[in-house]
Design a protein around this ligand. Structure first.
Ligand SMILES: C[S@@+](CC[C@H](N)C(=O)[O-])C[C@H]1O[C@@H](n2cnc3c(N)ncnc32)[C@H](O)[C@@H]1O
Length: 284
């Protein structure tokens, strides 16, 4: 793994403060998840998010909510219909999902993971509120590490391999070039093949060139890249390419969901434009 790429990954972490504040604003998180930096960045970006909504009908917070609530819906189904009892959320950032699901499902084992500094921050936050216990834990992981105690293999080794598992990444994959993230997905599919049943949930932003707001989307992507001092490549052109890509990485069954098509069932207002975000449910 080139060191230059690994070193740049930590610059993504500040974005977790922004999304953490968005989850709080929409009543998905307790105040403990809010940081002064998240509140500040939200305020700073307000003219941009307002302009995108008023000028082009692009509601950035609506996109974030679509992905978050669709992943919640898939996870709920896995727990309630398929009896899943262990969940791993990689790149958890300041997401409140672990807290919400642990309080809703008392038998759930929930392992949150992120880069060391963010994992330490999250552990402190949850510990400070008295929310950490034997079934809700936080660990350090670096999805780019191919070996060692921060690798994906080491994280998965700590799980119960006789039980089904759901692995989540949210707000992570579009920060990396496709080749790099497909390397992670391949390692993940290999690791998940050791479980009796395993589901991976993630969201991604495809390169939807025919979308009526494609030009504005490219501006947004450029802005995210600049703010996180990296880039924000869009992966795959359409549904078929997504399925083929995940299958190439070792996932046998791949579902591509468009949360904007099902806004009502997620408790969201009807979308005014075709959706930009897709949620992928992939099984080995
Ligand atoms: C946009 S935030 C998303 C946080 C959270 N999932 C959410 O939706 O609110 C991206 C997260 O990815 C984490 N991250 C960045 N590079 C990573 C890596 N190489 N391995 C694991 N996590 C990483 C960051 O620390 C940050 O918490």
């Amino acid at each position: 793994m080139p060191e230059r790429v690994r070193a740049s990954s930590a610059h993504i972490s500040p974005s977790a403060h922004y999304t953490g504040y968005v989850w709080y604003r929409h009543r998905l998180a307790d105040p403990a998840f809010v940081t002064p930096f998240g509140r500040f960045v939200h305020k700073l970006l307000w003219p941009v998010t307002w302009g995108a909504r008023a000028g082009f009908g692009l509601d950035i917070e609506a996109f974030l909510l679509q992905r978050h609530l669709q992943i919640d819906a898939q996870l709920t189904e896995a727990i309630e219909r398929r009896g899943v009892r262990q969940v791993v959320e990689i790149a958890c950032g300041l997401s409140p999902r672990g807290r919400r699901f642990c309080s809703r499902y008392p038998e759930l084992q929930y392992l949150e993971a992120d880069l060391p500094a963010m994992a330490a921050r999250k552990r402190l936050l949850l510990h400070g509120e008295g929310w950490l216990d034997g079934r809700h834990q936080v660990r350090a992981v670096d999805i780019l590490a191919e070996r060692g105690n921060q690798s994906l293999a080491s994280l998965l080794a700590s799980l119960d391999h006789s039980q089904p598992v759901v692995v989540i990444t949210e707000g992570l994959v579009n920060y990396f070039p496709l080749e790099l993230i497909e390397g992670f997905w391949s390692r993940l599919a290999t690791g998940l093949s050791d479980f009796p049943e395993a589901t991976y949930l993630t969201e991604l932003y495809p390169d939807l060139r025919e979308h009526p707001r494609y030009r504005q989307l490219r501006w947004g992507v450029e802005l995210i890249g600049r703010l996180t001092r990296g880039s924000y490549p869009l992966h795959y052109r359409d549904h078929a390419e997504i399925v083929t890509g995940f299958q190439r990485c070792g996932f046998a069954r791949v579902q591509v969901l468009d949360p904007s098509a099902d806004a009502g069932s997620l408790g969201l207002p009807a979308a005014r434009l075709p959706g930009l975000v897709r949620v992928i449910q992939a099984q080995v």
